[in-house]
Design a protein around this ligand. Structure first.
Ligand SMILES: Cc1cc2nc3c(=O)[nH]c(=O)nc-3n(C[C@H](O)[C@H](O)[C@H](O)COP(=O)(O)OP(=O)(O)OC[C@H]3O[C@@H](n4cnc5c(N)ncnc54)[C@H](O)[C@@H]3O)c2cc1C
Ligand SMILES: *[C@@H]1O[C@H](CO)[C@@H](O)[C@H](O)[C@H]1NC(C)=O
Ligand SMILES: *[C@@H]1O[C@H](CO)[C@@H](O)[C@H](O)[C@H]1NC(C)=O
Ligand SMILES: *[C@@H]1O[C@H](CO)[C@@H](O)[C@H](O)[C@H]1NC(C)=O
Length: 592
């Protein structure tokens, strides 16, 4: 780190370092003899559950076991963001490894990234904080039928919406419609803030250009999209404190910022290796949780009296289950362009390359209330659009592997996804954007391809083998093609035409559908940081891992609660979903 960067960075580190609670444990000898609830993974969902449980049951003790530490982990857009200068960014404690190559997209591999500190991926994510479409949950619920009925927990919109509200109370009054008014419409939340969601006090000067272009293309205009209706151009808040605009994450909201509780313990720098049932007691008691110290490699068991919850995230929850002997993807590529006759926009992201502008941006972020570009994270505007508003329907066709329950589950998913993709109110495409004149990403919200996460037999305690199988269902390429052709329409809109755009990516000669498919194969990202569904909530006969109460099929005292339980990807980024799952587990399902 350069001296300048170190100097810029120091105050932020100091401000953002989490308080060291007395309840932090670092050794087996510091633990209680047994815990009522043991949670494997102190991430977004795991800490939500631990907070709510330790609050609801003061006489019961809760232990969270986290691989990482209680440290400040700079997020992808956190200041003093060196990615603006192409210097790569501050390195964060994170899980990073490479996927298997995907043969259907030219054998390219993906960089796998997930959070690895108290708070998990919410510590490093892009702070784009939206909620899914109601139609996602109608689809989730259909996937549970006919095996589950009305007496089981419901995951339709009515069955989950309340928990999104509980997870982010301040978000239910977001406004508004254009650059000048967008930022004024929010009220800071006064509720105890696990995670606040607000629009930032800053947007780049050309922010409305593509927004207007989307509206000119015919996309419906929505003032905000958190109430279940999400087909159109949306304002999206940032998960941040409304005054300081410091990142809000689970390590703060569900641990450091709460009153100290003697019954809430966190064991750091330990890996949950597996859960093991004692001889003969599988029918009666929850499993032991086997833990490895990263410090001295010692292995020991933690006893859970009531329940074990695995919340280790999409890539690592399956590794714990697989080590215990207990039994998919979205995409992105971008259109890029330059304006040959831009308006007099100022400032623009390119200004971050100027020392004085950057220094002022950092200074502004350290003021209270915070101001300036660092109050922006990923983006605050996005297009969500259904397939019927883009193109006539493309019907999905099956393609999968050898396990009959997985095939049954996949076939059911394709039927439900066909309905979802035919629904003119259910988004199929997302295109978030922070500023115009650079690029428009295109996310496939409901890919039909399915991948796998498996233990590496040679290194079972190490990273799993991740095989996204991107575009293994070729319909995904057709869906992508339809989305990209639609998005290209923005260049022909009157608003964008004013500034004489020249499209730079894809190149001029990429015009035919075949050329565009090739371009998509070359550029599509395997997951837009929303990997999910690796321990899916589906009936056992359909290859599911957990039921609608999130209990692992056939296992006593064991649940999974994190983004791995999603049956299919929702039409949203996934952190709000992770919090809402934590809230729903606590509130609705009986722990004892
Ligand atoms: C770079 C990036 C950008 C993103 N951007 C956005 C965004 O802008 N908006 C949005 O809504 N979502 C975004 N997401 C997605 C979102 O943050 C995640 O889906 C969500 O936080 C996942 O929550 P989780 O509870 O499933 O897992 P996590 O929060 O990842 O928690 C899992 C925890 O388990 C720990 N762990 C793993 N294995 C073990 C083990 N064996 N023993 C003990 N502990 C273990 C991990 O260290 C981690 O702390 C992004 C994700 C990433 C990685
Ligand atoms: C991908 O790799 C496989 C196995 O190595 C090889 O057979 C195939 O030709 C490769 N495909 C491409 C497009 O390079
Ligand atoms: C944990 O308990 C299980 C079940 O009794 C046992 O098989 C395993 O050996 C124990 N592990 C350790 C490290 O003691
Ligand atoms: C687009 O703009 C960038 C940055 O100003 C410049 O480097 C590049 O040459 C431009 N490309 C075209 C095709 O005009």
């Amino acid at each position: 780190m350069s001296i300048l960067r170190a100097a810029l960075f120091a105050p932020l580190v100091a401000a953002a370092t989490l308080s060291q609670h007395q309840t932090v444990r670092r050794r087996a000898s510091e633990l209680d003899k047994a815990y009522d609830f043991v949670i494997a993974g102190g991430g977004t969902t795991g800490l939500t559950i631990a907070d709510r449980l330790s609050e609801a049951f003061p006489e019961r003790n809760v232990l969270v076991i986290e691989y990482g530490d209680n440290v400040y982990a700079p997020g992808v857009f956190d200041p003093p963001q060196v990615i603006w200068r192409g210097e790569g960014g501050e390195s964060s404690p994170a899980w990073t490894f490479i996927s298997l190559p995907a043969p259907d997209v030219l054998n390219r591999t993906a960089f796998v990234l997930a959070g690895q500190s108290l708070g998990g991926s919410s510590c490093i994510n892009g702070q784009f904080f939206d909620r899914p479409s109601r139609w996602d949950f109608e689809a989730w619920n259909q996937l549970q039928k006919p095996e589950n009925d009305e007496s089981d927990p419901q995951w339709d919109w009515d069955g989950i919406y309340e928990y999104f509200k509980r997870a982010s109370p301040s978000q239910n009054h977001l406004m508004k419609s254009s650059r000048s008014t967008a930022i004024l419409g929010t009220q800071p939340s006064t509720a105890a803030p696990p995670h606040l969601r607000e629009l930032p006090p800053f947007l780049w000067d050309d922010n409305d250009v593509i927004r207007d272009a989307f509206l000119e293309l015919g996309a419906p205009e929505l003032t905000e999209c958190s109430g279940g209706d999400k087909n159109g151009v949306c304002w999206v808040p940032t998960s941040a404190h409304p005054v300081t605009f410091r990142r809000s994450h689970a390590g703060l909201g569900h641990y450091a910022a709460i009153q100290e509780r003697p019954n809430y313990h966190v064991l750091l720098n330990h890996q949950v290796t597996r859960v093991v049932y004692g001889k003969g007691c599988a029918a009666k008691a929850p499993p032991f949780v086997e833990v490895r110290s990263l410090g001295d490699d010692s292995v020991f068991n933690v006893t859970a009296r009531l329940e074990v919850v695995i919340s280790a995230g999409t890539f690592h929850t399956p590794t714990i289950l697989q080590r215990s002997g207990i039994g998919p993807s979205d995409f992105l590529e971008e259109l890029e362009w330059n304006y040959t006759e831009p308006a007099d926009w100022s400032p623009l992201p390119v200004d971050m390359l100027k020392d004085d502008f950057l220094a002022d941006a950092v200074a502004g972020f350290n003021e209270t209330p915070a101001r300036g570009p660092y109050t922006l994270a990923m983006a605050n505007l996005a297009l969500f659009l259904s397939l019927p508003l883009i193109t006539p329907n493309i019907l999905p066709t099956p393609a999968y592997r050898d396990d009959p329950t997985l095939i049954a589950g996949y076939e059911h998913q394709l039927l439900v996804l066909a309905d979802l993709l035919e629904n003119p109110e259910a988004p199929s495409l997302e295109s978030p954007y922070a500023t115009a004149g650079t690029s428009i990403p295109s996310f496939l919200l409901h890919p039909l391809s399915r991948g796998t996460v498996r233990l590496d037999p040679a290194k079972p305690l190490d990273q799993p083998i991740v095989d996204y199988r991107t575009a293994s269902n070729p319909v995904d390429l057709d869906l992508h093609l339809a989305h990209v052709k639609y998005l290209r329409g923005v260049f022909d809109t009157p608003t964008v035409q004013q500034y004489k755009p020249v499209v730079t990516v894809p190149a001029d000669d990429v015009t035919s559908d075949d050329d565009l498919i090739q371009f998509i194969k070359e550029t599509m990202v395997f997951s837009y940081m929303h990997p999910c569904c690796t321990a899916a909530m589906l009936p056992r006969e359909k290859g599911g891992v957990v039921g609608t109460d999130l209990r692992v099929h056939g296992a006593k005292g064991l649940r999974v609660a994190d983004i791995s339980v999603l049956p299919i990807l929702p039409s949203s980024h996934t952190s709000a979903q992770a919090y809402a799952i934590g809230e729903k587990v606590n509130q609705e399902t009986r722990f004892q």
